[in-house]
Design a binder for this molecule. Structure first.
Ligand code: SP5
Ligand code: ZN
Length: 348
């Protein structure tokens, strides 16, 4: 399987994230991707390539221009406030929620940081923009390979993307790689595209981006938002809006769910995708569904990821895999690569 590796991913390296009243070391660390890369090499899944760079308009097909411009310049603005900020990541602490204005772009940097984000767990660092931008190229490289006839391709990148919306970051995500890949497939002439999100957390950003559209079907299997991050989206009654009604499918599952029930939920999502008549599939591949994940709560075991890959291959669609979450770093390589190997075995 063709792999596109983000060689700039380590430029994004957050120090601390806010969690329950204290700053704790970031869970989303460079070793995550390094471990997956080593496992790919050990098991000879490849070839592993560095993607070419794609034009920036692929970003603004999904994200607002003012958001992209903000992200691209944010670190320089942060440094301009205080040279000492070089030693500190930028973390938002003000947000314009209900009754506040979002149309006016504040001159104050911290105010803009909050306008374009939704949590305090997603530090913006010196290399965040470079890493996230190179990650988009991985997702687009994979999408292009699939349009060119590849059965599947994998974008191995971080920071992840599925929590990022058209104009906000959060949940360790800045640019929505999966959404950008899906939109690129549409623009390349793929009539109907499905995004299947199997990260533990609901892909609120991807859902929001495509919520009013009938040409991109979004399906997600995830921890019940009543108790699980990102809390404010991901309920089963969210089915789309306007022309998009019927093209969004959420399957929330209670914390503690083990593989048998999880697998049936993914089968349900795949039935929705099949009924939709998708011509290509983008998989937001998070492996934080693993039993030992430190931030999540499902009970999947390493061998289960082989079955996931097989089930995905059985759907029979050209498939772009995009790496999302997964924080049990020691096992992350085995779990992610198991999905790809199960897919390869079944797809033949
Ligand atoms: C892409 C992705 O998986 N983003 C997830 C963002 C989750 N952020 C909130 C995590 C809450 C941390 N919980 C720590 C539990 C310690 N026992
Ligand atoms: Zn996640």
């Amino acid at each position: 399987m063709l792999i596109f590796h983000n060689e700039k991913h380590e430029l994004h390296h957050g120090k601390l994230e806010m969690f329950r009243g204290e700053l704790v070391p970031c869970f989303e660390v460079p070793d995550r991707v390094n471990h997956v890369l080593r496992e790919l090499q050990a098991r000879s899944l490849g070839p592993i390539e560095i993607p070419p760079s794609f034009p920036a308009d692929a970003l603004t097909r999904v994200h607002s221009r003012r958001y992209v411009e903000f992200l691209a310049g944010a670190w320089d603005e942060w440094l301009a406030l205080d040279p000492g900020n070089a030693q500190r990541d930028a973390i938002p602490s003000f947000w314009p929620i209900r009754t506040f204005r979002c149309d006016v772009l504040p001159a104050n940097f911290q105010a803009r940081l909050g306008l374009f984000s939704y949590d305090a767990g997603t530090p913006l660092t010196a290399g965040t923009w470079a890493a996230a931008r190179a990650g988009v190229d991985c997702a687009l490289g994979a999408a292009k390979a699939v349009v060119g006839g590849a059965r599947a391709a994998f974008a191995l990148t971080r920071p992840p993307g599925h929590h990022a919306g058209a104009d906000f970051f959060g949940g360790y995500c800045f640019l929505n790689n999966a959404a950008i890949a899906a939109q690129w497939l549409r623009d390349a002439g793929v009539e109907r595209v499905a995004v299947l999100d199997i990260d533990y957390h609901h892909g609120n950003g991807t859902q929001a981006i495509f919520y009013k559209r009938p040409d991109v079907f979004f399906a997600s299997v995830h921890g019940d938002p009543r108790t699980e991050y990102p809390f404010y989206l991901g309920y089963a009654d969210e089915r789309g809006e306007g022309e998009g009604v019927g093209f969004n499918l959420n399957v929330p599952l209670p914390r503690g769910t083990a593989f048998a029930a999880w697998r049936e939920a993914m089968a349900q999502a795949l039935r929705g995708i099949s009924a939709f008549g998708a011509k290509a599939l983008v998989v937001s591949l998070g492996v934080d569904t693993f039993a030992k994940d430190p931030v999540a709560g499902f009970g999947l075991q390493s061998a289960d990821y082989l079955r996931i890959g097989e089930d995905l291959a059985a759907a029979g669609l050209p498939t772009v895999f995009v790496f999302e979450g997964g924080y049990a770093v020691d096992e992350i390589g085995v779990n992610a690569v198991n999905v790809l190997e199960g897919f390869r075995e079944r797809a033949g």
